[in-house]
Structures are given as structure tokens and as C-alpha cells.
Design a protein around this ligand. Structure first.
Ligand code: GAL
Length: 426
């Protein structure tokens, strides 16, 4: 009788220890775990918090935080390509959920299917279907999302707007109307930075001109890339750029330096994803609504252009057991709450009440509400929509516009990219 009871107790203890990953340290895992991303320098604190959480659970694993600096991954992706193609994958790497993941590494058969992990952790219920769909390919699910970022946000300095006697514009026409007043005060109305930040601005302007259906129609062919709506997008983009620093010093500015100009009152507005909120609150110590203001990018109220940073398990990843536990931490409530308050993003999990945790600032609470009520569309510049060929060639189209400032010629160039990439339904 006693023997039976003690066997039961032992069995119970084994079962409990299997399922309570966050409660105890695990000293069996060891060796190096290389995590590859572009979250270097100012972008680092949120990832560092995740690594700290992981190390508190797996103290014998040596996490190598391998970063290649450069906003939106422009440099990191090139290094990653070489490593993956050279058979030298990191343990896990940052990749946007959506086309950037599936149309690159998943179609090429370079990633492990994580269905087993999703089933063990109940993640098919914890993550929203729209996000799951982005990581799913032919029935498998290939990465774990750490967050949801919003692309279409306009940032400003509330005290400076007051000083200049202006309010945040809700439409591009309002912005264009106030542009001369701002210029007369010796201030740049809209600051842009290096090339990818210009593409970032473009996708917000396009969303504003086309609306959510028109934006989605690019990928189905309902919005013709050379049609009048798209010509109107380029025309509006040209007018907006004319109120910016595009022809002076944009190329030399990182996204943080562009935001710095807004904070300093040297520029009135910047369109950037909400990693800018992370930078301003975590790095610069500013309070949302006070030290920095935010609004949907003009003409996009009620529409949330979304992207999600995720991590996967490359085939033949070194130290696979340590990677699996890394992914388990990323998708956990604890992991999402360690990362997102610092990053300026909201959790990808739908079972976290942000306000109840006491961890999230007002910007993030507002953004979670918008995520729940807005129409959601995918970001092109941050890998949610648009296959890699389209996304890559889009830089050439932007260049054509910057050189010619000809909306019709640029729309024709975009049409050619649509045809070549096969991404626009024709
Ligand atoms: C995005 C990424 C964000 C942030 C940003 C700036 O592509 O999803 O997390 O890192 O680039 O580098």
C-alpha cells in the first residue's frame, strides 16, 4: 500500500516538473545558444530582458547575443542569408512573421515545423488566428511571435506643437496645409531618415490614400499597380516628401536620429513603427502623451498596419534542445511581459490584460485597444506581406521616384515588379 502511494507521488512529481517550466531552474541544458537579430545598441534592452529571463531558468546555457546593427534588418538579413546558405545557421534568428518567413526559409525547407511545441504549450489557442496564419505553411507552423508592432504611427513633441500653435494633422491634406507655417518657424515639417525609413513612410502614405481594402487589393490585383489610385499614392507621397528633409540629409539618419530631431523640436513629425515608442520611453525616459505624442499616420485612423517579430528553429540548429526552450520562453506569458513593455510593442498572445499587469505604459494600452478594434492590414517593409522579390525590388521603384518625381512612370515601374514577382495576382 505505502509502496503504491510513494510510486504515485514520484510519478506525480515527474509530471509536475515536466509541465512547470518557469518555476524552477534547469541545470541539464548547457553549451552555447546563439540568438541572431538586428536588435543592437538602442534596440537591445527588450531582447536582453528575454535573455536574462532565459538564463534565470537555464543558468548553464551560454547565450550568445549575436546582432548585426541596422534598422529593419537591412544588414542582418544579408548576413543571415550567407550563414543559412553556407550551412551555418544560428540557434535561432529574428524574422518577421509572414512572407519574410514563409516565402524565404520555409519554402526552401530550412526550418523545423514547431507544431509539437504549439501543442505542448496550448499556443494554437493563445495566439490570434491572424498571427498563426502568418507563420503557417502547408499545415506546419514555423516560428514563435514575440510581439505585434504597429507601422502606421505619427510621432511628435506635444510641447513643441503647442509652441508653434499647431495640432497633429489627421489627414495628409491638413499636414500639407500646415507645412508652410512649420517651415516658416525654421523647422522640418516631416523628418525622414535612411532609405528603408522612406519606404516605411511610403507604406503609411499608401495606406492613407488607398484605405485598407485598396492596400489589400495590391496583393490580389484589385488595386492595379499602374492604375489611377496608385498614381495618386505617388503624387501624394511626392507632396509629403516636399515637406521633408529628403533632399538634404535624410540618407545619413538612422530611425533613432530622425526621432531625436522630433524630440529636440528640430522637426515636427515622423512616421515610424512603434519601436519608436520603445526608444523614447525605454532609452530616452520620456512619458507617452507628455514627452512624446502619437497618432495614427494621417488618413489611417481605424486601420492598424501590423507586423510581428518572431523566432524559429532552423534545420540542423546547433544546441537544438536549448533552442526549443528559448522558443518556449518567448511564447510564454512571462516572456511576452518581459519583452514588450521595453520594446514598444504589444504581446502577440491574446490572453494578456496589459493594464492588469501594471507593466505597460499608456501608449501600449492604447495600442492594444486599437489592435482589438481596428481593421488589420500587413506591413510590406517589415515582411508581413509582399514576397521577398517584390519587397526587394520595391527599393528600385522608390529610387525611380526619387530621381524622376514622376508618379505615372513610377506606377508603371511598380507594375513591372508586380509581374516579375508574381505577387499582385497577375
Ligand atoms: C522592424 C522590427 C522592429 C524594429 C525595427 C527597427 O523591422 O520589426 O522590431 O527592430 O525594425 O529596427
Amino acid at each position: 500500500m505505502f509502496k503504491k502511494i510513494s510510486i504515485l507521488v514520484v510519478l506525480l512529481a515527474v509530471v509536475v516538473s515536466m509541465f512547470s517550466f518557469v518555476s524552477a531552474q534547469n541545470t541539464e541544458l548547457s553549451g552555447d545558444l546563439e540568438i541572431f537579430s538586428w536588435w543592437a545598441g538602442d534596440e537591445g534592452p527588450a531582447l536582453e530582458a528575454l535573455i536574462e529571463l532565459y538564463n534565470s531558468l537555464y543558468p548553464n546555457v551560454n547565450v550568445i547575443n549575436a546582432t548585426v546593427t541596422g534598422g529593419s534588418g537591412v544588414n542582418a538579413r544579408a548576413v543571415l542569408n550567407n550563414r543559412m546558405l553556407g550551412g551555418n545557421p544560428p540557434g535561432s534568428f529574428q524574422v518577421h512573421a509572414g512572407s519574410e518567413l514563409t516565402d524565404t526559409w520555409v519554402v526552401a525547407g530550412r526550418m523545423e515545423d514547431l507544431t509539437f511545441l504549439y501543442e505542448e504549450e496550448g499556443w494554437f489557442d493563445a495566439f490570434p488566428q491572424g498571427i498563426l496564419d502568418l507563420m503557417t505553411y502547408e499545415g506546419g507552423v514555423y516560428s514563435v511571435p514575440v510581439n505585434i508592432h504597429r507601422s502606421n504611427v505619427m510621432w511628435y513633441n506635444p510641447a513643441k506643437l503647442e509652441e508653434w500653435g499647431i495640432t497633429a494633422p489627421t489627414t495628409w491634406d491638413e499636414f500639407l496645409a500646415v507645412c508652410p507655417t512649420i517651415q516658416a518657424a525654421g523647422v522640418t515639417p516631416l523628418v525622414v531618415g535612411e532609405e528603408w525609413t522612406q519606404r516605411h513612410l511610403w507604406e503609411s502614405v499608401a495606406l492613407g490614400v488607398l484605405g485598407a481594402d485598396g492596400w489589400n487589393g495590391i496583393w490580389t490585383g484589385e488595386t492595379a499597380a499602374d492604375g489611377p489610385e496608385m498614381v495618386a499614392v505617388w503624387e501624394k507621397f511626392g507632396e509629403v516628401l516636399a515637406c521633408s528633409n529628403i533632399d538634404t540629409d535624410a540618407t545619413g539618419l538612422s530611425w533613432q536620429q530622425a526621432i531625436d530631431r522630433v524630440v529636440a523640436g528640430e522637426a515636427a513629425f515622423n512616421i515610424m513603427g512603434d519601436w519608436a515608442a520603445g526608444y523614447m520611453s525605454t532609452t530616452l525616459g520620456l512619458e507617452p502623451g507628455v514627452g512624446f505624442g502619437y497618432a495614427p499616420s494621417p488618413d489611417t485612423a481605424g486601420v492598424f498596419m501590423a507586423l510581428s517579430d518572431s523566432f524559429g528553429l532552423p534545420l540542423n540548429a546547433p544546441n537544438r534542445p536549448a533552442v526549443v526552450e528559448w522558443l518556449r520562453v518567448l511564447g510564454s506569458v512571462e516572456g511576452q511581459n518581459a519583452f514588450n513593455p521595453l520594446k514598444g510593442s504589444i504581446p502577440a498572445r491574446s490572453d494578456i490584460d496589459l493594464a492588469a499587469t501594471g507593466l505597460y505604459n499608456q501608449y501600449l494600452i492604447d495600442t492594444a485597444a486599437a489592435w482589438g478594434s481596428d481593421v488589420i492590414v500587413g506591413s510590406l517593409v517589415h515582411g508581413t506581406v509582399g514576397n521577398p522579390r517584390f519587397a526587394g525590388e520595391f527599393s528600385t521603384v522608390l529610387e525611380i521616384f526619387k530621381v524622376t518625381r514622376d508618379a505615372t512612370a513610377t506606377a508603371n515601374a511598380l507594375f513591372a515588379v508586380c509581374v516579375q514577382s508574381g505577387e499582385c495576382g497577375y
